[in-house]
Design a protein around this ligand. Structure first.
Ligand code: ZN
Length: 216
């Protein structure tokens, strides 16, 4: 993994925290959301009546609907309850380099990175595209990287009940690059292990080795 910089911060997560989603009935209207965008524009010093900004509140509200569509999607539904038989395959399944865009919950600016997800099948396997979908759903919510890592791991663990799940996320946080300490090019690495990946260091090692090998 050549792009993991010296500045990489290694963090380990044990517990998942899957948050509740606000019911539609408790949400403000689209008009109120657009008004809020207009308020922010005025607050930074913009003239919201100038031509280039006339449609901006509506565009921002629409973009938010797309970027945060993960609140309307349920990982459990995506993972489903039907799985394929493993056909005797019981070695690690690794889906690597799942690119994602998310937003940090502290500043609402982008987190850009990739996820690597592995599991050890028991007797059932998961459609590979479902793993990428789960990553996308959690990325399309406000996040901190540690929670996103754990949420992916524990939702797959809960739905599939494999022998173990390993998730590694490497990401760059624009809130570190664009504001505050303005540190560019550093990636943050987080990992979350369940089951055999958690209890057996050899399984962790094979996960990490497989990631490294395929990148060479
Ligand atoms: Zn932030």
């Amino acid at each position: 993994m050549g792009d993991i910089s010296m500045n990489a911060i290694f963090k380990k997560i044990r517990k998942s925290e899957i948050r509740k989603v606000l019911p539609l009935t408790e949400r403000p209207t689209r008009e109120q959301a657009e008004e809020a965008v207009s308020t922010l524009l005025k607050w930074i010093g913009e003239d919201v009546t100038r031509e280039g900004l006339i449609d901006t509140p509506a565009r921002v509200a629409k973009a938010y609907g797309e970027m945060f569509k993960g609140y309307e999607q349920d990982p459990e539904t995506v993972l489903g309850r039907t799985f394929e038989e493993s056909g005797g395959y019981d070695d690690m399944v690794l889906v690597k380099d799942i690119h994602f865009h998310s937003h940090c919950e502290h500043h609402m600016v982008p987190i850009i990175g990739k996820a690597h997800v592995a599991y050890l099948p028991d007797d059932r396997i998961l459609g590979l595209s479902k793993i990428a979908r789960v990553v996308e759903i959690f990325a399309s919510r406000l996040q901190i990287q540690e929670n996103m890592t754990a949420q992916i791991a524990y939702s797959i663990d809960g739905a599939l009940k494999p022998r173990g799940v390993a998730v590694m996320i490497e990401a760059e946080h624009m809130c570190m690059a664009m504001r505050g300490i303005k540190k560019q090019g550093s990636s943050t690495i987080t990992t979350c292990y369940t089951g055999d990946f958690q209890s057996d260091p050899n399984e962790q090692t094979s996960f990490l080795t497989l990631l490294r090998m395929e990148n060479d």
